[in-house]
Design a protein around this ligand. Sequence first.
Ligand code: BGC
Length: 811
Amino acid sequence: MTSVDTVAPADIERLLGELTVTEKVRLLEGSQSWRTHAVERLGIPALFLTDGPHGVRKVREVEGAFGVSNNLPSTAFPPAVTLASTWDPTYAARMGAAIAAEAVDLGVDVVLAPGVNIKRNPLCGRNFEYFSEDPLVTGVLGAAFVRAVEARGVATSVKHFAANSNEDFRFVGDSVVDERALREIYLRQFERVVTEAKPSTVMCAYNALNGTFASDNRELLTDILRSEWGFDGVVMTDWGATHDRVQSVWAGCELDMPGDAPHNRQALLDAVAEGSLPVAVLDEAVRRMLRLILRPRAVAEGRHDPAAHAELSREIATDGAVLLANDGILPLSASEEVLVVGELFERMRFQGAGSSLITPTSTVTPREAFDARGIGYRYHRGYRSMSAGADGVLEAEAVAAVRPGETVLFFGGLSDLEESEGFDRPSMAMGENQVRLLRRLTAAGARVVFVMFAGAPVELPFAGDLAAILDMHLPGMHGGEAAARLLFGEVSPSGKLAESWPLTAADASSAADFDRGPRALYYESIYVGYRFHDAAGTTLRYPFGHGLSYTRFAYRDLEVREADRRVTVRARIDNVGDRDGVEIVQLYVRNNRDGVFKADKELRAFARVPVAAGASADVELSFALDDLAYWDVEAHDWVLDDGAYEVLLAASAADVRLRAPLSVRRGRAPRSPYPAEVDAAYATPPRTLPAAFPALLGRAVPPESPSRRLTMETRLTDARRTLWGAVMLRAVSSRVRTDYTRALALPDGTERDARVKNAHFVLRMMPFQSLRSLAMSSGGAMPLHVARGIAELAQGRPVRALRTLSRKTPR
Ligand code: BGC
């Protein structure tokens, strides 16, 4: 791939001089869902944008905001949950390069990726699209991906900025986060990606952050993103996230997506005409857009090699799978016949649902991979994955096939109807049909190996009865091949969890205030994931960083050196088993907690270390002393506390192998910027909303919205309270329901699965939309004045509503 320069800065100033105000305003909005506007008379082309994140989802025809399943085929790589479990930025870079090559071939200019939100709670429906609960893992992999895509002349869009941690209330929610948690947990990975990898665009989130919607949030989009981090690209909205278009331009949000919202255009035109939006502010936004549109473009040098991309997706799936448990049953011998149970064996679940749904170029299911190897097996479907209810006949057949003591491979996990963008899971439990079947199989004397396909942690109360658990996460389009390689020992598993697995969702640090309403109180502050579990002593199913191998590793000879404010840590890793393997070595630093409350330890570096059977390898890891700084809310800056720290080299957050003291004398004497009640309440992580939360926030907790009236911001589900609201909800959902019913009626196969997923996603998401978000994301299908009219009708103002509905000029 080469790139060509198309425009010099002087040309941009010339274009600015020639563009009319209307043309400028149009350049700041999308068109037909996936394009920007062209200004043909001046030779300004349109950009084409597509999702992201784990492939290029170019829609076959522009079909409005709702369609996500009619896409041109592309490589469906493993989603972020799997990529993160490799802990390998070179995989992120190789995937990025491959995605960029496909984007170039498909004429795509901007890939809406990566998603770098932090996994605050295991129930978030979109966790599969995000990397980790930890900002370092997320930031390192996210930056590697962005660098690789941008290096090939394709723009990225780092999303969703910021504190978008739940799906249920995403269109109307307000994430209430204290300044320190914001900086240390929710912004830190964005900061790394922006400062190190220089993405061309950032996508702001739907939700509000501390009372101001992200799209209108000047502190976020200008003060932090541009002034502090030096971002000089374009901020676009998530699809339908604009609230107040004029305010959003003031705030630093250039591009309104999907656009085609006449009232937004008109609002900008009016503001410029009235002088409330200075032309200079508009011009600066347009200048940034022009720089994006006219940036050096990639030119394909011959088409990409789909086979090589498929192989890369298999490699990532193989090295991202995590062997959670193994009593020694794995690896299996390829010459022994096994009983295989579970529909996912032949209808593998390889990606999540929602806007990231890729149409794969090909798939390899576990069954196909077994057949290619000539593995002998008896197969029983056991359950239907697209339904939570048990199928008595399928279940009985599978159980009857068990010969006591034999190995049973159970293929299961979460279904597409349980885990998706657009809504959260109500609990971490797996479908009752699969749980029952698993229990019956073990009760029948089977030695069950659970091959799991799920994008997020699930409850495993039966784990003790299983012989092994191999978590494939969501392995991408050739995940079946990866599963076979691992099960039959062609490769030793090497992935490790990039998130903690609590026993149930009740054990998550955010459990007391997750999805309780639109207002999300992040009362747990910095105590997210292992930062909480370490200090709280939670009994976990599996800790952060956990993953087994077919071999074993020993750690020795720890050396810690400090020079030029960098700490370098060396050690030797011995492979003490009889198979080649890869160990993911994690470097945590135990914090000095003399002054202010802190997590017990935090991840500071990590590496994948390949070690041949019986051999040893040296590992060197390093971090900057300043990485140990915390965010001081008085100084509004990072501050390094002097004192005693400890370097910990670990195989997981709960498996520290080597330790050495680290004394820091290059910072400040420890002290706390908080009132004493905050440090007292947060010295041990809170399990419920502490009385000190307002003091931590530095202000009163905002009230929950008390209004019972249907407004533009009311969730549609709440609209049922009024007659008109109920009528409107019925009308909107009936169209979506029809799509769903039609999809269900299709013949069995991948096309049906994709359409069912898509329709179910829209159906489940619908109640969480507000009238405003619905209008904004409908690409013109529901103009805003119609949505306003409906709200006014529901408020009992029919005359006003009629006037609004009959309005010709959008406002
Ligand atoms: C998602 C974004 C996505 C956009 C376009 C939104 O609903 O939140 O991640 O890029 O749609 O499909």
